[in-house]
Design a protein around this ligand. Sequence first.
Ligand code: UDX
Length: 432
Amino acid sequence: MKICMIGTGYVGLVSGTCFADLGNKVFCVDKDKIKINKLKNIISPIYEPGLDDLIRNNVRAKRLNFTNDLEKAVKESQIIFICVGTPTKKGSNMVDLSQVFNVAKSISKYIKNYKIIVNKSTVPVSTGDQIEKIILKKVKRSLFDVISNPEFLREGDAIRDFKYPDRIVIGSDNKKVFKKMQLLYEPLIKKGAKFFSTSRKGAELVKYASNAFLATKITFINEIANLCENTGINVEDISVGMGSDARIGGRFLRAGPAYGGSCFPKDTKGLISIADKFKTNLSIVKSVIKSNQNRKVLLTKRIAKIMNNKIKNKKITILGVTFKANTDDMRESSSLVLIPYLLKRGGVVKYHDPSGFKKEFKKNKNLKFERILSKACLGADLIIINTEWDEFKSIDFKKVVKKENFKIYDMRNLYNPEEMRKKKIKYFSIGR
Ligand code: UDX
């Protein structure tokens, strides 16, 4: 099939490249000329394992095209995906839909024969109706359908998540469209993905409800971890004990720092704002947002306790500053609260991250980026493991720190407390 992805962020670029890999002819469109030029030269604007190779192969096979020419891409495609950003409006929970509506307006100028317009951007319930209204100003009703097809891609695992999804959700009020979408996704359905069709509004809500539920699951286990710390119980036993119940499921029950990233914080707020609009009180989601915000502060207090309240002039090394491993994304990362706190208390802080230097910390004095892991750890009084990159999982701490009496705060529970005790390393972790 010939398809067009508008927006080359995480969602559009990964989905477009993967659709090309399934044999479709794909146009990835973006108004950012620099980005498109880079992509034409196989330089990906995002860090996503495996993506560069996949882009290269599909560009060479002439299935994947990058362009600024929206008109040509729309005219040549049967299916048009909207994959632009839907950030939170500053100072509120509301979703900024201006990019989605601008795209709807732009494509409406070029629709001359039947097109399926698929909204993949995460949008509040009934946004599909608004997109339809905008397009109807220029295009006859019979020439298009607006449907919803939310994405469930995790950064760092996005290609795998695209190729082996648990489910493909299509929301449309015109049943004829389901067949065409089923055909597009056939290679994935054959591998076992569930094809689930619902109303357009239903699909819009599935996305928000899924992310809010996962955020709730993480927040729940994080609060249970607090209880475990006060009762001498190992939270991992609770995760396994609970998660073995098929009704609960073991995934997303890893206690750790506050959840971050571009989706959970934004989508929980977005869901609250939709519920407000429809006069519904989602008290659980509200509590989750609050608990997660509190967690950032709670863990800084825990660090102060580990350091016996002596942070001034202490050498502190942070391993991993992004919101999780295998991404370079800093959005809503708990390190954005943690590092300023340590600096304010007079700590001498270094950070190491496999995804490199972070512009977010450019202005911070007393903070140094260290490219080499062993150098970052040398002479540290405290090492904080903030993300779960593989290279952080088997560090010989005594060998790299080269000093007595250092402490480790492992916020991802990567090490075994018993083994650390045997090695006589002062080791602290989450919920155990
Ligand atoms: C998420 C959703 O998983 C994905 O389906 C959606 O489409 C986009 O948002 P992503 O933001 O890439 O994906 O990250 P994810 O792997 O879900 O992790 C989100 C946050 O939760 C991270 O801060 C992560 O460290 C944290 N997390 C996740 C935990 O603390 N414990 C867990 O068990 C799982």
